[in-house]
Design a protein around this ligand. Structure first.
Ligand code: PGA
Length: 263
């Protein structure tokens, strides 16, 4: 079984560098002991260099929360490029997060950032998810359109460096209605694999990691990994609570996937 990928998105937290160092040290200590989990910390870009280590671990790595569309250096005040975040230790970048889409990242921007990340050698965590769910399944058309649009410029080989995070927008953040159910995630992840199969072939569709995100905590994490068969989790609020981080990581390391057997 592949390692579970547990991604901790710190968003615009913590307030100060010393807290970021402290939280980072905790995550590193716990994650380094695990056998079946890859941990990814996603701090604000300004904290990335504080979290790199002279003793790199196979068990944890760093991600940027966002990158510029611009690939080359230049007169782009306030922007941070994929190459720059890679040069201070990031291995991943998140694109298409609902909080970025909500601040103006259109589908075209998401596609541009995805390509900029890949060109800089980063693995790209592409977030997709509907704002509302309807009983007739129209939200699946929306998901398909998001996936197709974001990957339109990808060659087949590029998909090997992509990770999909399925995050229903209504389940993400402070205002969330609560998490999705593992069963819904399971079916939506199958749907995502079907779309990827059409874009990049069956082999890629079966191997691409699909994460669940949205109101994950230590009480529901295992069910998404076990019953929901998620390849990993994208976690926001609980990332900032060390006891939650520890509990989630230890649980993820022990998880046994439930295979559904039809009688
Ligand atoms: P949440 O955020 O866990 O706080 O709902 C998820 C995310 O940022 O992707």
């Amino acid at each position: 079984m592949k390692d579970k990928l547990i991604v901790f998105n710190w968003k615009m937290n913590p307030a100060e560098a010393k807290e970021a160092r402290w939280l980072g040290a905790k995550v590193k200590t716990i994650s380094s002991r695990l056998k079946k989990v890859q941990t990814v910390m996603v701090p604000p870009a300004v904290f990335l260099p504080l979290l790199t280590s002279t003793k790199p671990s196979r068990r944890w790595s760093l991600s940027a929360q966002d990158i510029s569309l611009e690939k080359e250096t230049g007169a782009f005040t306030g922007e941070i490029s994929a190459t720059q975040v890679a040069s201070v230790g990031a291995k991943y970048v998140i694109v298409g997060h609902s909080e970025r889409r909500g601040r103006g990242d259109t589908d075209d921007v998401v596609r541009g950032k995805l390509m900029a990340g890949l060109m800089a050698g980063l693995s790209v965590i592409l977030c997709v998810g509907e704002k509302a769910r309807d009983a007739h399944g129209a939200y699946l058309d929306f998901l398909r359109a998001q996936l197709i649009s974001a990957t339109k410029a990808c060659r087949r080989a590029d998909f090997k460096n992509l990770i999909i995070a399925y995050e229903p927008v209504w389940a993400v953040g402070d205002q969330a209605a609560g998490a999705d159910t593992p069963d819904n995630f399971f079916h939506n992840a199958l749907f995502i694999r079907k779309v990827i199969s059409g874009l990049a072939g069956q082999e890629t569709a079966l191997s691409i990691p699909i994460l669940y995100g949205g109101s994950v905590n230590s009480a529901n994490a295992v069910e998404f990994l076990a019953a929901g068969r998620a390849d990993g989790l994208l976690i926001g609020r609980a990332s900032l609570v060390p006891e939650e981080v520890k509990a989630i990581l230890l649980l993820a390391d022990q998880v046994k996937v439930k295979v559904k057997v039809k009688k």
